[in-house]
Design a binder for this molecule. Sequence first.
Ligand code: JFZ
Length: 439
Amino acid sequence: MTRRNPVLVLAVLLALGVAAGAPAQEGYTPSPDNLKARAWFQDARFGLFIHWGVYAVPGEGEWVMHQKRITVPEYERDMPPAFNPVKYDPAAWVAMAKAAGMKYITITSKHHDGFAMFDSKVSDYDIVERTPYGKDVLKMLADACRKEGIKLFFYHSHLDWHHPDYFPRGRTGLFAGREEKGDFNRYLDTMDTQLKELLTGYGDIGGIWFDGWWDKPEADWRLGRTYRQIHELQPAALVGNNHHRKPFPGEDFQMFEKDLPGHDTTGFNDKVELGALPFEMCDTINNSWGYNKNDGSFKSTKQIVQLLVKAAGYDANLLLNVGPRPDGTIQPEFVKRLAEVGEWLKAKGETVYGTRGGPLPPRPWGVTTQKGDRVFVHVLDWKDAVLALPRPAKPVKAATYFGTAKPVRFTVEKDAVLLRLDPAALDPVDTIVVLELGR
Ligand code: JFZ
């Protein structure tokens, strides 16, 4: 071994660190259980996102504190005391998710308003101590999930509009009336303690879904310390972070907010690069995450099914959101659509669950998913009699309509496979052609 120039070594390490994103859990090696959990996660393909907090009371979304410039004392006075979800029925929520064909639930343990939806010992700003309801809704949900074999993840906000030590401030939460001082490391200590509570008091957790890093990307978030604690307490728990960048070391899946992987229709996914971890995209049914009584812009069931199928074609899960009402119920528009998606999955789920995206690239007409030597061609938008596909690497042995198993006429060219689709067999939601590949 020759002696290395320490300055050069440091420069290379720094460059690698920068390329990998923010300093986080450097040198992280996922445990065998974690790798198993990642494969489970990819097979699952469909989860329920739940944004629920005291912000549901006014019914104007989870950003109401920031948007309406509500100060900490006003928020404390008006929201928690009015939050009394007497109709909350966690078993019904889990049953709804299950019937929709969802395999996991990701619920807000703390959103940007800083209010803990669980019985936190390190803070009294939580559901048990501040609301008339007085019960730990996450504990109740964890128990219901365990009974039904649904995995539970927690969404936990890095960003905090309530904590005095969230200082220096970032881009949001500037109208909360907090003093212009604070100790950020003390805030992070509290956050880590809350995460420890979540990872030790609620059984096996699917993972932690972080959000809010983007409020101050330049800050030292001590991500390494936070991620290490999670992986030490529960090695199989999957860490994800909604920072809209390529994954940082210590993360176990990559998430995409309101966009398919690699797309940027929202404007905040412009810095996203695709990494090698499992993908998950999240989206809303209307245009709101937290309960918004004035948002009636519901996606149709067809749009949701096509979104799920497209996500699968991009090798991503779909985490689909509901924002329950302050009384604990989920609005009928959501319930109805979820039930209908579940009906579709009951018939066609085989072409989604346990598949991986590809082998053909996603196109405006649709996407492909695959399982072994079976390729599912999901034709989502095509009106003509002939659909030309790039020729797969392996020979096409047979082509049939999924469900009826009726043959699809096809011809193989040097560079293409031409599918001749029977107009009578076209399904306005998703016409699925199964290709059997050989060797
Ligand atoms: C974040 C949250 O702010 C939001 O309330 C919700 O929980 C969603 C799932 O995640 O949404 C974001 C995060 C970052 C940006 C925009 C929306 N951003 O950087 O522009």
